[in-house]
Write a new protein. Structure first.
Length: 115
C-alpha cells in the first residue's frame, strides 16, 4: 500500500514537471518599467512581494517575488511591460524553436544582459 502511494506521488511530480515546462525557458519573469523604482518597490512590498535582487547597473532595477510570481522592475520613464524567459541553454532553446518553425523578428534572443 505504501509503495503504491509513493509511486503515485512520483508519477504526479514527474507529470506536473513535464507539462509545466515551457519551450521558451526554465524561468519566466514579468518585466515592467517604473519612473520611480523605490515607490514601486513599496507598493509590491505591501502586496507581499519581497525583493530578491537589485542593482544599479546597467540601470537601476530590482527583482521581486511572492514565491509564485517573479517581477523585474526597471527604472525607466518609458512605459513598458513584457515577458522574459530565462534558459540555461539559450542556443539549444533557439535551435528547437527554429525547428518548430518559430521565426525570430527583430532582436535575436541573447545571453544574460547583467554579466
Amino acid at each position: 500500500m505504501l509503495c503504491k502511494f509513493f509511486t503515485g506521488i512520483f508519477f504526479l511530480l514527474v507529470s506536473s514537471t513535464i507539462f509545466s515546462q515551457s519551450k521558451l525557458g526554465d524561468i519566466a519573469c514579468i518585466d515592467i518599467t517604473s519612473s520611480d523604482l523605490d515607490s514601486s518597490l513599496a507598493v509590491y512590498d505591501k502586496l507581499g512581494f519581497k525583493k530578491i535582487q537589485s542593482n544599479a547597473r546597467p540601470f537601476p532595477w530590482a527583482n521581486v517575488s511572492d514565491g509564485s510570481l517573479s517581477i523585474l522592475i526597471r527604472q525607466n520613464s518609458s512605459s513598458y511591460i513584457g515577458l522574459i524567459y530565462f534558459s540555461t541553454d539559450i542556443e539549444k532553446t533557439i535551435l528547437q524553436l527554429q525547428k518548430d518553425s518559430i521565426a525570430f523578428v527583430g532582436r535575436r534572443p541573447h545571453k544574460a544582459l547583467y554579466n
